[in-house]
Design a protein around this ligand. Structure first.
Ligand code: GLA
Length: 458
């Protein structure tokens, strides 16, 4: 369990992508890479917006990843380039403090988060000079975790370049924490699966302590990812953090209503643990304590006996200071319901009855409905796409990742995959020229991929 990410000896020239990256690197910097590092994106099968509430999630890594070629040198600089010309070069001196301006997200800030995380973990005063070229295959802003994969890849290569060693679990924890420098208060699912994934299996990711358990998916179906083509950059809007904050406030109010000392409690799962209650009981508690009408700031303060100032400093994040209303009942209902669906999904996979495909599909559909109606993290395009996927032969379909755009994941019986892809293509992609142009990288079958790794020239 305390394993480190693998270091794999590879014939670089026999792998087309590595070979091209090596050439790009040599042309750019006039030297050869010393090593390569990669970190995969992910698709979350079920368990949305509950990791930051302390609940387990069930993702798998995808084949698409962030790959970096790296040299360690005496330039005294960190130099960065991307094979995609849309992303500009960046460099800074190793002795300069790393500054991440969360008001103005830039692609290389995700890289700097990883560098900073490792620097802080080891208290490194002077980082090794390094030159990197990044090559990404995860569609950005699509809910497949391209940004966390970049943070993880950067954390891994910075560790390697500075001759340090860490387990996958430690790397996942460091990268989850340091990505928060960007300003989003993510829960840790993306970084955990990026490091802890193993080829051929989905994982149940549990937090505190962080661990990953294999989930054997049934033989019959495959998982198909489809992008609704509406981009969602969670760092550029406050939707995500508003949900985090609503869950925090709901935690405090539920805890207080049951006479708990709520001072150390910030996550909905902690209330359940303290009360030693079942998820069913938590759902009942939500109905008893919270009302469906949105709570004003004043009502929150009055209920919790706190001042507006305490609300703003103790519970709100910097980009949610202006939020005036909080939907606490709906958000808490989603979280406890979704946490229960994850556990049912896992136990159905473990017991593997003949009818499991249908059951898993239903859980995915319920998850989507809850994300759409209670958590309000879907969008019309995603709802339409999920609908089309179900009509095209999927037994279950739901948004995946943060939502408000990006991808859906559908469970499709293997024998129907070709007709499914064709039907979705015709109904969702081809009628719209912009979507049609993006179709190739926006509709694909995905199998559970492996986790982050370092490659060395053989
Ligand atoms: C983003 C975050 C994750 C998780 C999902 C929603 O991907 O990075 O931590 O909260 O959204 O499930």
């Amino acid at each position: 369990m305390a394993a480190n990410p693998p270091k794999i000896k590879t014939a670089i020239n026999s792998n087309e992508r590595l070979k091209n990256l090596k050439t790009t690197f040599e042309t750019k910097y006039g030297e050869s890479p010393l090593f390569y590092a990669c970190a995969p994106g992910r698709v979350n099968l079920i368990g949305e917006h509950i990791d930051y509430c302390g609940y387990s999630v069930l993702p798998m890594a995808i084949e698409q990843n962030i790959l970096a070629a790296v040299s360690v040198n005496s330039s005294g600089m960190i130099q960065l380039a991307n094979t995609n010309p849309q992303y500009q070069d960046f460099k800074q001196s190793c002795s300069e403090e790393i500054i991440i301006d969360s008001d103005n997200p830039k692609w290389y800030y995700y890289f700097l988060c990883g560098v900073k995380g490792i620097q802080e973990r080891f208290g490194i005063t002077r980082l090794a000079g390094m030159s990197c070229v990044i090559d990404g295959t995860i569609p950005p802003s699509s809910g497949l975790s391209s940004s966390s994969a970049l943070v993880c890849c950067s954390g891994l290569l910075t560790m390697e370049a500075n001759q340090k060693s860490l387990s996958k679990v430690s790397l996942a924890e460091i990268c989850a924490k340091c990505e928060r420098y960007i300003g989003t208060e993510g829960g840790g699912m993306d970084q955990s699966i990026s490091f802890l994934a193993e080829k051929g299996t989905a994982k149940l990711i549990e937090f505190q302590p962080l661990r990953a358990t294999d989930v054997k998916l049934p033989e019959g179906p495959v998982f198909v990812i489809s992008n609704c083509c509406k981009e969602m950059n969670k760092a550029a809007s406050s939707h995500y953090n508003i949900r985090v904050v609503e869950c925090r406030i709901a935690t405090k109010i539920l805890a207080q209503a049951r006479g708990l000392d709520s001072s150390g409690l910030l996550k909905l799962a902690q209330v359940q643990t303290e009360l030693k209650a079942s998820l069913e009981e938590m759902l009942t508690l939500v109905d008893e304590v919270l009302h469906p009408e949105p709570y004003s700031r004043e009502e929150v303060c009055k209920t919790l006996c706190i001042t507006l100032e305490q609300l703003s400093t103790d519970l709100l994040s910097s980009n949610t200071q202006d939020v005036t209303h909080f939907k606490l009942h709906q958000r808490a209902k989603h979280v406890y319901g979704e946490a229960a669906r994850v556990m049912t999904f896992k136990s159905v996979c473990d017991s593997g009855p003949v009818e499991s495909m249908q059951l898993l599909g239903e859980l995915m559909n319920q998850s989507h409905a809850s994300c759409r109606d209670l958590y309000e993290c879907s969008c019309p395009e995603l709802d339409q796409l999920v609908d089309i996927c179900l009509k095209s032969g999927a037994v279950g379909s739901r948004l995946t990742g943060a939502g408000w755009g990006g991808c859906a994941v559908s469970m499709v019986p293997s024998e129907k995959v070709e007709s499914f892809l064709q039907a979705v293509r015709e109904a969702y992609f081809l009628p719209d020229p912009r979507r049609a142009a993006m179709e190739k990288q926006s509709l694909f079958v995905s199998k559970p991929g492996g986790g982050a790794a370092v490659f060395l020239e053989e």
